[in-house]
Design a protein around this ligand. Structure first.
Ligand code: DX5
Ligand code: ZN
Length: 226
């Protein structure tokens, strides 16, 4: 399984102080930044657009991984704008409209990692052919119904993570929603290597300590040391 990474979800940052908070996250040891894009249609909330990704790219330079999660109905229409803005990874939902394999291919064709996301109730089999044909670089398992930060982790998704890991030992598998120091190691034990966490990190008293503890607890769970 690939190495454990932790990416704070900036949805939980102070939007009036996004530069300060994202610097704080990166200084605290974040492996990149997770950016949640919501269109008010695929999910009942609105959030950020390509301008925010461009601003983060400008602010943090070319080396900071920007992980863009499109919770939007029509990803084919907007993916390119996020790539132009500086995304390194673009994740779309299998439940979205349009030709999903073609959209993933178009994302990769622009030199960017392509990810597929599953809502909590969507079975692993919905993306089996994408995994078997190596059409994606990352699989994102939602452990909340997307749209809002600060929701409770849905533990029923854990077996799906293990199923996906069984299909591909090398692929990146991420988890998003209610990820904290308690739930992250459980996800790691089920094959997840990328932890996306908003509230638990940005609202922590000491983000660096929280992230270090999460990393250590995941490593301990995997038996790979501290
Ligand atoms: C949910 C978003 C998540 C969210 C996670 O729709 O995709 O990335 O920010 O927030 P927490 O960690 O607070 O559940
Ligand atoms: Zn997200």
């Amino acid at each position: 399984m690939p190495e454990i990474k932790i990416l704070p979800s900036i949805l939980a940052a102070d939007m009036a102080n996004l530069e300060r908070d994202t610097r704080r996250a990166l200084t605290a040891g974040a492996d990149g930044l997770h950016v949640d894009v919501m269109d008010g249609h695929f999910v009942p909330n609105l959030s950020m657009g390509p301008a925010v990704v461009a601003a983060l790219r400008e602010c943090h330079g070319p080396a900071t991984p920007l992980h863009v999660h499109l919770m939007i109905t029509d990803p084919a229409r907007y993916a390119e704008a996020f790539i132009k803005a500086g995304a390194n990874t673009v994740l779309i939902h299998i439940e979205a409209d349009g030709d999903i394999p073609a959209t993933l291919q178009a994302i990769r064709a622009q030199g960017v990692r392509a990810g597929i996301t599953l809502n909590p109730d969507t079975p692993a089999t919905a993306i089996q052919s994408l995994v078997e044909t190596k059409a994606v670089d990352e699989i994102l398992c939602m452990t909340v119904h997307p749209g809002f930060g600060g929701q409770a982790f849905i533990a029923e998704v854990l077996p799906k993570m293990a199923t996906l890991r069984g299909w591909d030992p090398a692929i990146d598998i991420s988890v998003d929603g209610g990820v904290d120091r308690d739930t992250a190691p459980r996800c790691a034990a089920h094959g997840v290597n990328i932890m996306l966490a908003g509230t638990s990190l940005f609202k922590a008293e000491d983000m660096a300590a929280e992230m270090a503890a999460m990393r250590a607890d995941c490593a301990a769970q995997l038996g790979t040391g501290t």
